[in-house]
Design a protein around this ligand. Sequence first.
Ligand SMILES: Nc1ncnc2c1ncn2[C@@H]1O[C@H](COP(=O)(O)OP(=O)(O)O)[C@@H](O)[C@H]1O
Ligand SMILES: [Mg+2]
Length: 258
Amino acid sequence: MSKIISVHSFRGGTGKSNTTANVSTLLAAQGLRVGVVDTDIQSPGIHVLFGLKEDDIQHSLNDYLWGQCAIEKTAHDVGQNLDANNNSDSKIGPGQLFLIPASMKPGEIARVLREGYDVGMLNDGFHDLIDALKLDVLMIDTHPGLNDETLLSIAISDALAIIMRPDQQDYQGTGVTVEVARKLGVPHMLLVVNKAPPLLDAEEIRSRVEKTYNCEVATVIPHSDEVMTLASAGVFVLRYPDNPITAKLKQVTARLMA
Ligand SMILES: Nc1ncnc2c1ncn2[C@@H]1O[C@H](COP(=O)(O)OP(=O)(O)O)[C@@H](O)[C@H]1O
Ligand SMILES: [Mg+2]
């Protein structure tokens, strides 16, 4: 049985793409066949973490949504890229990691904003991908806030990770997202608190957030100079396999697969 996991947040810049890239890499490193779809069509970015250059993107999710190709044509084997560029011992190894990138071409982004697209095609596309690539896990990196495509991805997910910072604006917005996800009947939802000030007590944050939303907090990840310095130029868990943040990302991965 394959599994669909969405990573969402109400506000932007919380760490969705970093979390998605790291969790999908950890799953592939366990030997699973993993697909990642960048549904943040308005501001795509996760291809950068996987080292996929714009010039190497032959077909994007946009082409599929406009009926120009089958969705499996848009899949890029980023696992191979990561292993080739990674000097450390930690490799993706036997698993497979595919990215379905969204287009970075200004005209194509503008077209989506202007014309929209048939959200039903996304749903068909996700299932076609799972079949064509024989995926164990499909991960969806989303655009922040609530719109048609995030509602769809939440509704069809087996598991949902909502990323939030310990910030009053995030607290309110996360409440909205949690409520929507409950109404949509997501089987498994968990929160990840990211960018916590290292001076604050992580346990205290966890219990406060869990009480506020009556929802599991998978982990509290501190604001990290290493993550900031890597600056999305790679996948953290491969670069820093022994860092405490890698252990926290493994915990998120385990909870999402539970
Ligand atoms: N724990 C963290 N500590 C420091 N910086 C972080 C952390 N998590 C993410 N970042 C940084 O925050 C920025 C936004 O992350 P990103 O994953 O792109 O968020 P989103 O996809 O939600 O917009 C990036 O510059 C990333 O390196
Ligand atoms: Mg993002």
